[in-house]
Design a binder for this molecule. Structure first.
Ligand code: GCB
Length: 642
């Protein structure tokens, strides 16, 4: 049987700037601070990690692999001064066989490199490329006969599951380094054995329990055992999977298990304030809890492969997932092989997740519109390859706003989506309706989605007259109120994804007086503040009964009459001013009052049934200057030229 040992502890990291060695525990990045402080000058270079370990007891023919779950961006692995492997691409799992170089005591040296180059994606994007070994590292000891560990970091187990007339057809392909027999067992979520199969044999489960999105994300488990002649188990692997069907209709949107299932959700970047990409399981779980609370039923896991653990959470919570590779903003002259490799890793590693329904080929790739012929050729290669290696899922991409509806790029994947910031980077909310209707009119058979839309919103910035680019929490709310209404008028969109669920690091940015970050999140970078817009979505998407009073951070107000706004699922709210009832209003999700303020402190309360929220507003004579942006408000995320 295989033995997996986590080796996150006891690494030595040599700081490339100071050449000082320090003890670190993984996950680790060297850009946790300089990658989020603005200026675009974070360290992009090479750094060295060391880890010493004793060779475990190894029987004849056994092998020892090291497994990295994410090292950004490229690395070379050296065992006892001999190079044993390398990897390009910072977001996928890869493994290296250490066996031939093992000694009793071993030193693993990992040279990690996040330097600029023209062959490993991504190189140009609105997010920080944090260098380091920022996910788990394991040693995997396997017997001579074992499930394959060498195929694009996959588990060696591929499950195809299709529901048919109340039954579930399932085929499990196990890939081995062995000619011994494989036995496969399928268990239901309660741990009951429901089926036994041979390798690559198709079996049927009666009364199959579907994986049915947020309401019933039911999972089965496939366990594969490699058996010796005497029946003893040599190696075993397992994977969860689910039975579901899905389809896309250009006029009716997304269907799950044959029923309309309108997709509304968010995009997620994985990094955090002060941590960069070196996040913990607890952090992943908190992210998922927030996404569940807001009521999303789909997540675009942008702009790269996320941690395996997060795809697992998506399965468990019934989220519909768009998974993608970091083929973004710019086609690299020598990057084709790397894009293909990253796509294979993504698909082979994440194939069994029922949550994933589309593979994203690229994002805003026409932004740098050079090498067009080569760019289109690579898109065709990726698209064709995906159809071959995973015919059951669809391909998509996220088009750049400046990419016209007629552009070839928009017509080569199965379905398409657009990143449009109409009402943010470009004025006028009504353009959203116009754009969607125009595309739908031109291409009624083309399945269309809104892959990105959003506006910067900072909890410290406020205005009674919110305007585009003011970065206030109030403008962010206004923007999203318009977009939510707009989407109601276009129910045929296959999915809408807010950009972004969380603020994230983008060191080249200098915006809203808080450089190094993109603030379009519904939740702050440290996950501490749910912005008012978070509750707007919660009111539209979730079933939870709640009431949220907006503007609690907008304390010092100078306007004579102020807006008191409530996001709620309760349908009715009563407003109190200094303890006295002012008015009861009914409304759908957004209920607003216009209240005259008196000088000094105004005690505000809103209530509905048992729900009550309060705040104090300070009426001031002149606008509070601290609510305005004073330094740096550029929309660009590119490193400033010195
Ligand atoms: C986009 C990009 C995304 C950016 C976003 C923005 O279209 O795909 O990576 O972060 O715009 O905020 O400008």
């Amino acid at each position: 049987m295989r033995k997996v040992t986590n080796i996150n502890a006891d690494w030595i990291f040599v700081d490339p700037k100071t050449q000082k060695a320090e003890n670190v525990t993984l996950p680790h990045t060297w850009n946790a601070l300089d990658g989020q402080d603005g200026g675009g000058d974070y360290y992009r270079g090479e750094a060295v990690y060391f880890h010493s370990f004793s060779c475990p007891e190894m029987k004849e023919g056994e092998r020892l692999y090291v497994e990295f779950k994410g090292v950004n961006s490229s690395c070379r692995v050296i065992l006892n001064e001999q190079e044993v492997g390398k990897h390009d691409g910072g977001y996928s799992t890869f493994r290296i066989d250490l066996t031939s170089g093992l000694k009793k005591e071993n030193v693993l040296k990992v040279l990690v490199d996040n330097r600029e180059n023209d062959r490993v994606y991504p190189q140009k994007a609105d997010f920080t490329f944090y260098g380091g070994i920022y996910r788990d590292v394991n040693l995997i000891q396997v017997p001579k006969d074992h499930f394959d560990l060498d195929y694009f970091g996959s588990k060696g187990l591929k499950v195809d599951a299709t529901p048919k007339d109340g039954k579930g057809e399932v085929t499990v392909h196990a890939f081995t380094k062995s000619d011994k027999k494989v036995e496969i067992t399928i268990q239901d979520q309660e741990g009951n054995k429901v089926l036994s199969l041979k390798n690559s044999e198709t079996g049927t489960i009666d009364n199959v329990h579907l994986w049915d999105g947020r309401k019933d994300p039911y999972l089965y488990i496939a366990i594969a055992r490699l058996l010796d002649e005497d029946g003893s188990v040599l190696d075993a692997v397992s994977t969860r999977f689910g039975f579901r069907t899905f389809s896309f209709d250009s006029k009716r949107g997304f269907f799950l298990n044959g029923r309309p299932y309108p997709l509304h959700g968010v995009s997620r970047h994985q990094d955090r304030l002060g941590k960069g990409n070196a996040i913990s399981r607890k952090d992943h779980i908190q992210d998922m809890e927030l996404i569940e609370e807001v009521g999303a039923n789909t997540i675009r896991l942008a702009h790269y492969q996320h941690d395996d653990f997060f795809y697992d959470l998506c399965d468990e919570k019934g989220m519909i997932v768009w998974a993608e590779i970091p083929y973004i903003s710019k086609h690299l002259q020598n990057g084709d092989e790397n894009a293909i490799q990253q796509m294979k890793e993504l698909v082979y590693q994440q194939y069994n997740h029922p949550a994933i329904v589309v593979w994203g080929v690229s994002n805003e790739i026409t932004m740098v519109n050079k090498n067009r012929k080569a760019m289109l050729a690579l898109h065709h290669r990726l698209n064709d390859m995906l159809h071959k290696i995973d015919p059951a899922r669809k391909t998509t991409l996220a088009c750049y706003a400046m990419c016209t509806p007629f552009d070839k790029t928009a017509h080569l994947t199965d379905i398409v989506s657009w990143n449009l910031y109409l009402g943010w980077y470009v004025p006028f909310f009504f353009l959203n309706d116009l754009w969607i209707s125009f595309f739908h009119f031109l291409y009624p058979k083309r399945v269309l989605g809104y892959s990105e839309y959003g506006a910067e919103g900072m909890p410290n910035l406020h205005s009674p007259k919110p305007k585009r680019f003011d970065n206030t929490e109030e403008y962010q709310c206004l923007y999203h109120e318009h977009l939510l209404e707009c989407f109601k008028r276009h129910p045929y969109l296959w999915a809408t994804h807010v950009w972004n669920m969380f603020d994230f690091g983008s060191d080249g940015r200098d915006q809203g007086g808080d450089p190094g970050k993109n603030h379009k999140g519904l939740v702050t970078f440290d996950r501490a503040i749910k912005k008012d817009a978070f509750y707007l979505y919660k009111a539209f998407w979730s079933d939870e009964k709640f009431l949220h009073l907006c503007g609690k951070r907008y304390v010092n107000r100078h306007e004579r009459k102020t807006e008191i706004k409530v996001y709620t699922t309760l349908g009715q709210v009563t407003l109190f001013h200094d303890g006295k009832k002012v008015e009861t209003k009914t409304g759908d999700k957004i209920i607003a009052f216009h209240l005259p303020l008196h000088e000094g402190k105004n005690e505000i309360a809103v209530s509905s049934g048992d729900f009550r929220e309060e705040m104090t507003i300070n009426k001031v004579a002149v606008p509070d200057d601290s609510y305005k942006v004073h330094s740096g408000n550029s929309m660009s995320w590119e490193k400033k030229k010195k």
